[in-house]
Design a protein around this ligand. Structure first.
Ligand code: NCD
Length: 366
C-alpha cells in the first residue's frame, strides 16, 4: 500500500514523526522533533563510546568490522564541507563504503531525469542515502517515496533548505553535553536522566530566520525543562513564529533580544550564526547592521568563566578569529563531535549500537 502523503509537511508533527519510524524505531532521520531525551542520551552515550574505542588500533579495527557489508550514498547537491566530510568519515569509522553525487551536471539529471528518479536509482546501489538539498521538505518527501519502493532505504537529512538540519542539532547538543554534562563516566552512564541544561541560558545570535541549524537545535532544547533561550537578532531576521509557538508549548522560557552586548553576561552558551544572504531575493539583507550580532575579543571581560561559544560554521565576520585560542571556543570541537555522533547515529540505524555498547562495557568499564 502506498501511504505517501501528497505534502507530508502539511501533516501534524506527531503524524510526520510516526511516518518516519519503522517498528517503533527511528528509520528516516528528517526532523529534529523525532529525537526525544532518551534517544539523545542514547546517541551521546554511543558517540562517547565510539570515540573512546576508536582511539586504539584494536578498537578501531573492531568498529571497522561493523558495517563493511553496507553502503552509503551521499547525495549533496547544495554546498557542504563539514556535513559531507563528517558523514564520509563516520561511514569510514564503521567500515561502510560510500559513494557520492554532488553535482547535478555529472548525473543524468543533466539529461532531464527527474530528481525523484535519480534518488530512486541511487537507492538501488546503497543501504542508506544521506542528502542535502536546497528545497524544504525534499528529504521528507524522498523518505516517503522510498518507503513505497520494494526495497526502502533510510534517508538522513543533511540539511533541507531553510528548514532543518537535524544532525547538526545532534552534534550541537552533544557539544553542549560535553560542556555542561560532567565527566565522561557520567556521560556514558546508563539512563543518564539528569537534565544538565536546567538553569542554563543559551543565546542564539544572528540570522535566526534562515538559519536551519538554529531551528533544529531549538526543537532539541525544548526537551530540557528549565533551560532559558535568548533569540538575539535584527527584527528582519527574527526566529520564525512557528518555532516560538513550539517553545511556548513546551513551557520553555525565552526572550527576544536585539543587542548581543546587552545580554552576553547572562549567557552560559552562545550560538553564533552568519548572515544567510544566499537566500536573499533582492539584496534585502544589505542594509542590516549585522555588527551588533558579532562576538568580538573585546567582549571577553563580560563572558562567564565557562561560557561555551558555538558556531555551526562557516563563519564570516560575526565570530572574531582572536577568540579561536580561547578555551571557551568550542566550534572546532563541534566539527569533530559531528563525526562521532554521526557514527553513533549510523550505528543506531543499522542496529550495531548494541555491539558498540557491549564492546565498550567489556573493555572500558569496571
Ligand atoms: C550550516 C548549514 O549548512 O546549515 N553549516 C553546517 O552544516 N555546518 C550553517 C551555514 O551554512 O551557515
Amino acid at each position: 500500500m502506498d501511504i505517501r502523503p501528497e505534502d507530508p509537511t502539511e501533516l501534524p508533527t506527531a503524524h510526520r514523526v510516526a511516518l518516519l519510524s519503522q517498528n517503533e524505531k527511528v528509520f528516516h532521520v528528517i526532523l529534529a522533533q523525532q529525537f526525544d531525551r532518551e534517544f539523545i542520551d542514547h546517541l551521546v552515550r554511543i558517540a562517547e563510546m565510539v570515540r573512546t574505542i576508536a582511539d586504539a588500533k584494536p578498537g578501531a579495527m573492531f568498529l571497522k568490522s561493523l558495517l563493511g557489508h553496507k553502503r552509503a550514498m551521499l547525495y549533496f547537491i547544495q554546498p557542504s564541507t563539514r556535513t559531507f566530510m563528517s558523514f564520509a568519515s563516520a561511514s569510514q569509522i564503521l567500515g561502510m563504503p560510500y559513494d557520492e553525487v554532488r553535482d547535478r551536471s555529472t548525473s543524468s539529471e543533466h539529461k532531464g531525469e527527474t530528481e525523484d528518479d535519480t534518488v530512486r536509482v541511487l537507492s538501488q546501489y546503497c543501504d542508506l542515502i544521506i542528502m542535502r538539498h536546497p528545497v524544504e521538505g525534499f528529504a521528507e518527501r524522498m523518505a516517503h517515496m522510498l518507503n513505497a519502493m520494494r526495497r526502502p532505504v533510510p534517508v538522513i537529512n543533511g540539511g533541507s533548505g531553510k528548514d532543518q538540519h537535524p544532525t547538526q542539532a545532534l552534534l550541537d547538543i552533544y557539544t553542549l553535553y560535553r560542556c555542561f554534562g560532567g565527566p565522561l563516566a557520567e556521560r556514558v552512564a546508563p539512563h543518564a536522566e539528569k537534565n544538565h541544561f536546567a538553569g542554563k541560558t543559551i543565546a542564539f545570535v544572528g540570522d535566526l530566520k534562515r538559519g536551519r541549524t538554529v531551528r533544529s537545535l531549538t526543537y532539541l532544547l525544548c526537551r530540557y525543562p528549565g533551560v532559558r533561550l535568548l533569540f538575539v537578532s535584527p527584527p528582519e531576521l527574527a526566529i520564525g513564529e512557528d518555532i516560538l509557538e513550539y517553545v511556548r508549548r513546551h513551557g520553555i522560557a525565552y526572550s527576544i533580544e536585539r543587542d548581543l552586548r546587552a545580554v552576553i553576561r547572562e549567557c552560559d552558551a552562545v550560538y553564533m550564526t552568519r548572515l544567510q544572504d544566499e537566500w536573499d531575493t533582492a539584496g534585502e539583507s544589505k542594509n542590516i547592521d549585522y555588527a551588533r550580532y558579532h562576538l568580538t575579543a573585546d567582549m571577553t571581560d563580560q563572558f562567564k568563566p565557562d561560557l561555551a561559544i558555538l558556531h555551526p560554521l562557516p563563519r564570516r565576520h560575526e565570530l572574531d578569529v582572536r577568540l579561536d585560542a580561547d578555551p571557551r571556543a568550542k566550534y572546532w570541537d563541534q566539527v569533530r563531535n559531528g563525526m562521532w555522533i554521526r557514527a553513533a547515529l549510523i550505528a543506531y540505524l543499522f542496529n550495531v549500537d548494541g555491539a558498540v555498547l557491549d564492546h565498550y562495557q567489556s573493555y572500558y568499564s569496571y
